[in-house]
Unconditional design. Structure first.
Length: 131
């Protein structure tokens, strides 16, 4: 049996190059600042969280706050309704977060994970409403 060593060596080199590319991309994205979805969501007008269209609750993963600042934050959750509205507990978490600093929650938008399509990140801002 004849084995082509040149072809085998070329395969090893290509696997190494792919691995280095993946590690480089991971390092770049992991060390970046605010994600693209957050930057895009900050452009729009938004809707009061209390007026958001809501559905049932998230059931696979407890929603969690991410990227919290004085003015904005994200809520990551797994969506089971596939686009029919924001889960009630996500909206309520956003409202409570802003109420804790005497502001009102404004929903700016959602984005989905590229690999896990049912993973959603909801973008909120805390705003002061003059009365």
């Amino acid at each position: 049996m004849f084995i082509n060593n040149a072809a085998a060596d070329k395969g090893v080199v290509m696997k190494g190059q792919v691995l280095i590319s993946i590690l480089t991309l991971t390092a770049i994205t992991a060390c970046s600042t605010t994600d693209v979805g957050t930057r895009i969501a900050s452009i729009g007008e938004g809707t009061l969280a209390s007026e958001q269209r809501v559905t049932g609750k998230t059931i696979l993963m407890k929603p969690r706050l991410e990227d919290v600042t004085e003015d904005s934050f994200n809520v990551r959750y797994i969506e089971m309704s596939f686009g029919t509205g924001t889960p009630v507990n996500v909206r309520d978490m956003a409202i409570a977060q802003c109420e804790s600093i005497d502001k009102v929650a404004m929903h700016k938008g959602n984005s989905r994970g590229l690999i896990q399509a049912n993973t959603v990140k909801a973008y909120y801002e805390c705003v002061s409403l003059d009365k």
